[in-house]
Design a protein around this ligand. Structure first.
Ligand code: EAX
Length: 325
């Protein structure tokens, strides 16, 4: 009798696991496996597949194999993809609230960025994503963006005059570099060829990306402007998220949080290494540019902030003012 009971239970277990619903997450990124975008996606894959005992499978589509970041966001809205690791810049067309964290010089340290992005304000901005048929799981890190160019040293904003600077696919970033006095051109990533062929004179990215894409081969000058803290976001498809059972909805938030913190630490641990390597590869680095000249030119952009972007910008500025006191 016992043997029969055990056989029945074993049979039921095999059948149920055979027929258990499985989920596939197609995750898109525009960067190569060398980058922290990819390392974060890989970490997420390991956590989710382990914690779901293989019931959820994650497939990472890297190096723009499923399109640029704007394409990926559109496919997430349609449910054609289930996740992406996306730079905050191009998201502002879909979720205007995110412009608040992209305002130049609003964060002057990783600590300040973490406090806001992992706090109530950051969560409120991520909770704006469902309005665009997306899920904002968690912020991770691209890093502080710095300017590079192949024409001349840039120490203050006046040195930007006439420089053709590539910016992300974001109207706000076009406005930032126009206000700074440069000639901005929005282009999807990557841009090595356009820099090598002098279609554009310069670009701006965190040190990790400048190093990982060997931009020192086609850019002579690096100015440590740290003008924008560039967040990445684990973005999801709303329809896919709604199709998950509650236990896996919870798992997606827990796993993206763990993978985000893991990725941030990777980036921060190597920041000094990247600067050294860029110097070793011959880049001429201005480590103390005239930041006030840049700040003065972008400050008036605050008057062009309205609606949710204005609301969150004011909340961040108030929070920072209060934490100074
Ligand atoms: O790593 O398009 C960009 O410049 C972004 O920084 C992207 O994440 C590249």
């Amino acid at each position: 009798m016992k043997k029969l009971m055990f056989a029945v239970l074993l049979f039921l277990f095999v059948v149920s696991s055979a027929f258990a619903k499985t989920y596939t997450i197609n995750l898109g990124i525009v960067t190569t496996p060398k980058t922290f975008h990819y390392k974060a996606a890989l970490k997420l894959k390991q956590i989710v597949e382990k914690e779901s005992h293989g019931q959820i499978k994650v497939i990472i589509h890297y190096s723009g194999s499923v399109g640029n970041e704007t394409d990926i966001l559109q496919q997430l809205q349609m449910g054609a993809l289930q996740m992406g690791v996306i730079t905050a810049g191009p998201i502002d067309k879909f979720v205007p609230a995110i412009k608040a964290i992209e305002f130049p010089f609003i964060f002057n340290s990783y600590k300040q960025a973490d406090e806001i992005l992992d706090g109530k304000i950051g969560r409120a901005i991520l909770n704006e994503f469902p309005k665009a048929n997306l899920i904002g799981y968690h912020f991770l890190e691209n890093g502080f963006r710095n300017l590079t160019n192949s024409v001349r040293p840039v120490h203050s904003a006046k040195d930007l005059k006439g420089l053709k600077i590539r910016v992300m696919n974001s109207q706000f970033h076009v406005k930032i570099w126009r206000a700074l006095g440069a000639n901005p051109t929005p282009m999807p990533w990557p841009i090595y060829t356009q820099l090598a062929q002098h279609v554009i004179d310069g670009q701006e990215n965190p040190l990790a990306v400048i190093y990982q894409y060997k931009l020192y081969e086609v850019q002579k000058y690096l100015t440590l402007t740290r003008h924008v803290y560039s967040a990445l976001v684990f973005v999801g498809s709303k329809s896919f998220y709604n199709s998950l059972p509650d236990k896996y909805k919870k798992l997606m938030f827990e796993a993206t949080k763990e993978a985000s913190i893991y990725e941030r630490n990777l980036n921060r641990e190597k920041a000094a290494f990247f600067l050294d390597e860029l110097k070793k590869h011959g880049m001429i680095v201005d480590e103390h540019p005239d930041i006030e000249s840049f700040k003065k030119r972008v400050e008036p952009l605050k008057n062009q902030f309205h609606g949710v972007a204005r609301k969150y910008l004011d909340e961040i500025l108030t929070y920072e003012k209060n934490s100074q006191n």
